[in-house]
Design a protein around this ligand. Structure first.
Ligand SMILES: Cc1ncc(COP(=O)(O)O)c(C=O)c1O
Length: 396
């Protein structure tokens, strides 16, 4: 391996990554090298409010001592232990997940990412029902592995990889008729987000969610809810399902669950678990002690600090301020808690660039929606500073 003989400048590190990366990520003109709380810094020492947070991942902010302590302590104790053995930290994490997720979910499978949580849900639905048809929604996002991609309702992502998993289809979101027409005695599962994240920060209606639950029961199909982006306090409740008083048969979790470390979880009802058998699924790193210990610490911090209530309060404040600003360019403000979608009457990309120049990092959700998913620990003062800058940029 060659040695670096000079410090990497901003340009040099971007050139280096561009030279060796696969090229599948559209890159921004920014190299992030450090983070603390809700802020990150680039190589030139410029600071940014991080309303990306690893894309709704860093709920406790960056370099949080709770995470650093749990990580350090567990790294010195035991990092890896495959699923064929029992492990204390994995056991405690599963117990905690069962305790905090909807009451009918009594068991969980641990993996390493959101897409993997969805892949497991797909396999479990086939085993539990003996059926193959899976229906998801347009604009829904469930990941990019072949199974998850087959459910992700975005033709741009799906088209180059066809044929996808057979017997999968997408129907319009938040509208019942097409779903009703598509469902039959062959339907294994319906998969959806109760608030679509990537698809534009779109909360579903209560009547729609109630009707989908009833349709699944009527047809003997499972309802798989993807809370990979909305879980763990982001929407102002611990899980977005709670806004709808909804009990899914399978719940997919990831992102915030690890506070920045890679983890996925597929929570299942007893009826689903009864149909699984040893060897049905698995992954080398799933539920490893290191990530399990951190995940436990993250969940405990979310509960101890009541970050769900804080997210609800901050979200309401943000909606109020953006609406009160009466910005000509804004079509609508959507979301719950600290998943904030600002739909513009124009493409969002120039706004993202302008905000980055002003020291605020955001992500798009679709072509015209600006999405803010800051760490849940953001203070009111920090949020107000972010909102000042967002309003300033949207007004200019
Ligand atoms: C709702 C939802 N499901 C699934 C995924 C896929 O998760 P991952 O990127 O960890 O595979 C994402 C990622 O953005 C997501 O927002």
């Amino acid at each position: 391996m060659s040695e670096l003989t000079h410090p990497i400048s901003v340009t040099a590190s971007q050139t280096l990554e561009s030279q060796y990366t696969s090229g599948v990520y559209p890159k921004r003109d920014l190299t992030i090298v450090r983070g603390k709380g809700v802020k990150v810094w680039d190589e030139a020492g410029r600071e940014y409010f991080d309303c990306v947070a690893g894309i709704a991942v860093a709920v406790l902010g960056h370099a949080n001592p709770i995470i650093v302590d749990a990580l350090t302590k567990q790294a010195e104790t035991l990092i890896t232990c495959p699923g064929i053995f029992h492990n204390d930290k994995r056991a405690q994490l599963l117990e905690k997940l069962v305790a905090i997720t909807p009451t009918n979910l009594t068991r969980g499978y641990l993996s390493n990412s959101g897409a993997e949580a969805v892949e497991a849900a797909l396999k479990f639905a086939r085993l539990a029902t003996g059926r193959t048809q899976v229906i998801s929604t347009m604009r829904g996002f469930h990941g990019r592995t072949m199974g998850a991609l087959s459910l992700t309702g975005n033709p741009k992502y799906q088209k180059p990889f066809k044929p996808l998993v057979p017997d999968t289809q997408q129907v319009p979101y938040n509208k019942l008729e097409k779903l009703e027409a598509a469902m039959s005695s062959q339907t294994a599962a319906v998969v959806l987000e109760v608030i679509q994240g990537e698809g534009g920060v779109r909360p579903a209606d209560q009547t729609y969610i109630d009707a989908v639950r009833a349709l699944c029961d009527e047809h003997g199909a499972l309802l798989i809810i993807d809370e990979i982006q909305t879980g763990f306090g982001r929407t102002g409740k611990l899980f977005a399902c709670e806004h709808y008083n909804l009990q899914p048969d399978i719940l997919c979790l990831a992102k915030a669950l690890g506070g920045g470390l890679p983890i996925g979880a597929t929570m299942i009802s007893e009826a689903v678990a009864e149909k699984l058998h040893p060897g049905a699924h698995g992954t080398t790193y799933g539920g490893n002690p290191l990530v399990s210990a951190v995940s436990l610490a993250v969940i405990n911090a979310i509960l101890d600090q009541d970050l769900a209530a804080h997210a609800a309060e901050m979200g309401a404040h943000a909606h109020q301020r953006i609406n009160d600003a009466n910005l000509d360019v804004v079509r609508e403000v959507r979301g719950k808690g600290l998943i904030i979608g600002i739909e513009l009457k124009q493409k969002v990309y120039p706004t993202l660039v302008a905000l980055q120049q002003m020291g605020v990092l955001c992500v798009p959700a679709g072509v015209t929606t600006l999405r803010l998913v800051p760490p849940l620990v953001i203070s009111k003062d920090e949020l107000d500073r972010v909102l000042d800058l967002v309003i300033q940029v949207l007004r200019s």
